[in-house]
Design a protein around this ligand. Structure first.
Ligand code: HEM
Length: 556
């Protein structure tokens, strides 16, 4: 092993995926398909609602049909996961599934019948009681043809539940599910590369990096398929709202978050102690694929560091590692991106611990940097194992960069563009995807490039078909029809919210509840992810930190 920048090598013990509830074949998905129902008939009332979930949501029944059930009859991990998914759907339908014609605002009080079992199940699984990637993507799938050559291929998967009942929503979840399944071998490769680096087995590190690259290439290919079956209009106006959490949601009618009745005792509070009561409201970010441990595992494995948003941090080069060694500040961990760290609270406990333990044991990037350091050895041609090592490592970085580039364009098309266009628009045509700018030179402006490409595609479309040309067919030129999609009709929604605010007892909360997560954004407004980030600023930084992690030809 090349010299470490640390005075003493850290003790190394190989990690085993099974110890973290990770499957060698399915990665962060369970190895067996998730339960379709809870076996104990005691839970029939929940399952009965789930059998007719979309009908009940459509008919505004979810707010009325809530039995109170305990969790002591759940026994296996699979049952707890099923319960978590069921309760997540019920809870978010309850809070966001407004009564007829946008007449009701989001609800700030979650009844004990949902809150009590949901918190108990969440405690067991060690994650926050709010919808998350695990609930809708990891524990919400089925295999269509079990004899298929690749049972976990995207086209062979179905969802168990959706909020909207649309194929678009199923596809949105299943793209993530299929990526998780395909990358399972990448996790095994990460552990193999880590162990090989410890043994100083350079060819084995290179080979394992090759397997990691293979997994990442598959993830890239699957990600691109999002456009096939998920319409940006449907995503933005029909699906996304249900995935919202209750943090930074004042504009959507939840200024304090949500109060979990029966869990966070409110009996002691009268109306005169409203300030004390609102401190008991819970605030959680909404569901986002940022909650998958997968990308964080690859970041850790490759030593890609993410710094607080708005800060440009050091990516360790050999010189920097040495400088920091001299400065004796290596024990001080660099500041991390707090959003990404916080997203770990939305992952099951085992997966979160895997990331922590991987970070404590994985030294692949250091190994590559030190092996390729000029001061140690002069790099030869392709026959030089260090050249192949660097290439294999950089190819992984390039694929991570490409994934983030594609993802950023996706966010532009699925969030930024619909938010700018407004709801009263036809959604038959999407602008062509912008080319992948992952060569590292134009990546930093990927989002604006995507927006420009979208605008160019829009300009080329006939006026009547073009959803992007606001002057002719755009949101501003079409009067909003209050009878159509009242949930997302800004005029109707604003009127309904104003009426609700006037009628409500807690005037401050309701006065702010005039907007929606899905709404048209004016110029200069920031588009936020369901996780609450300033989406593009955050994603641009994460992308450029990835691009900067490549190991240059001459390491000094
Ligand atoms: C229509 C598709 C998608 C949209 C609109 C979207 C949107 C977003 C947004 C807005 C963020 C910023 C964090 C937040 O506030 O939520 C984010 C982060 C993230 N998303 Fe997505 N996402 C999509 C699909 C996916 C898929 C399929 C994956 C893959 C598993 C994924 C993985 C991630 C990751 C890992 C992050 C954290 C940032 C990073 O590590 O690069 N997303 N996404």
């Amino acid at each position: 092993m090349p010299d470490r920048p640390h005075a003493e090598p850290l003790p190394y013990a190989p990690l085993r995926l099974e110890d973290y509830d990770i499957s060698p074949t399915h990665g962060f998905l369970p190895a067996e398909p998730p339960l379709r129902r809870l076996p104990d008939p005691y839970y029939a009332p929940w399952e009965h609602i789930m059998d007719r979930f979309n009908h009940y949501l459509l008919g505004h029944h979810i707010r009325r049909l809530m039995p109170v059930l305990g969790t002591d009859r759940l026994s296996t991990q699979a049952e707890y996961r099923r319960a978590f998914t069921v309760l997540s759907f019920l809870a978010h339908a309850y809070v966001w599934g407004r009564g007829g014609a946008a007449a009701e605002p989001a609800l700030q009080f979650l009844p004990a019948s949902i809150a009590v079992p949901w918190v108990a199940v969440s405690d067991f699984l060690e994650l926050n009681p709010v919808v998350c990637c695990a609930a809708v993507c990891h524990w919400n799938w089925q295999v269509l043809d079990e004899d298929a050559e690749d049972p976990m291929a995207l086209d062979n998967l179905g969802t168990l539940h959706t909020f909207s009942g649309s194929m678009d929503e199923s596809w949105f979840y299943l793209v993530t599910t299929a990526i998780e399944a395909k990358c399972a071998r990448g996790l095994t490769a990460i552990l193999a590369a880590t162990a090989a680096a410890e043994r100083d087995a350079i060819d084995d590190v290179t080979e394992a990096l090759g397997h990691m690259a293979h997994a990442l290439a598959e993830a890239n290919a699957i990600l691109e398929r999002m456009y096939e079956r998920c319409d940006p209009y449907v995503f933005y106006w029909k699906i996304r709202e249900f995935l919202a959490g209750w943090e930074n949601m004042a504009e959507a009618g939840l200024p304090y978050g949500v109060l979990y009745e029966g869990v966070d005792d409110i009996r002691a509070f009268g109306l005169d102690s409203w300030p004390a009561l609102i401190r008991r409201f819970r605030k959680y970010a909404g569901g986002s694929a940022a909650q998958t441990p997968l990308l964080q595992a690859f970041d850790i494995a490759l030593g890609i560091k993410h710094y607080p948003t708005g800060q440009r941090g050091l990516q360790s080069t050999v010189a920097e590692m040495r400088h920091r060694t001299k400065a004796q500040d290596i024990s001080e961990a660099p500041p991390a991106n707090s959003y990404l760290v916080r997203m770990r609270d939305y992952m099951p406990g085992g997966h979160r611990r895997f990331l922590e333990d991987l970070a404590a044991t994985c030294r692949i990037r250091e190994y590559v940097l030190l092996a390729c350091s000029d001061s140690l050895l002069h790099m030869g041609g392709r026959s030089d194992p260090r050249v192949r090592l660097r290439e294999a490592y950089n190819s992984c970085i390039g694929l991570m960069e490409s994934f983030r580039n594609k993802h950023m364009m996706m966010v532009t098309r699925y969030i930024i563009a619909p938010a700018k266009m407004g709801p009263a628009l036809p959604h038959q045509k999407c602008p062509a995807a912008a080319p992948d700018a992952s060569d590292g030179t134009s990546a930093a402006s990927a989002a604006s490039a995507a927006a420009a490409a979208a605008a160019a595609a829009a300009a080329a479309m006939p006026a009547r078909e073009c959803p992007l040309q606001g002057g002719r067919m755009g949101g501003d030129s079409l009067p909003a029809d209050p009878t159509m999609y009242p949930q997302t009709n800004t005029a109707a929604a604003a009127a309904a919210a104003a009426a609700a605010a006037a009628a409500a007892a807690h005037s401050e909360a309701d006065a702010q509840g005039k907007g929606r997560l899905a709404r048209k954004l004016g110029d200069g407004s920031v588009a936020r992810g369901t996780g609450g980030t300033d989406a593009i600023q955050f994603l641009k930084q994460v992308h450029s930190e990835t691009a900067r992690s490549k190991v240059p030809r001459h390491v000094v």
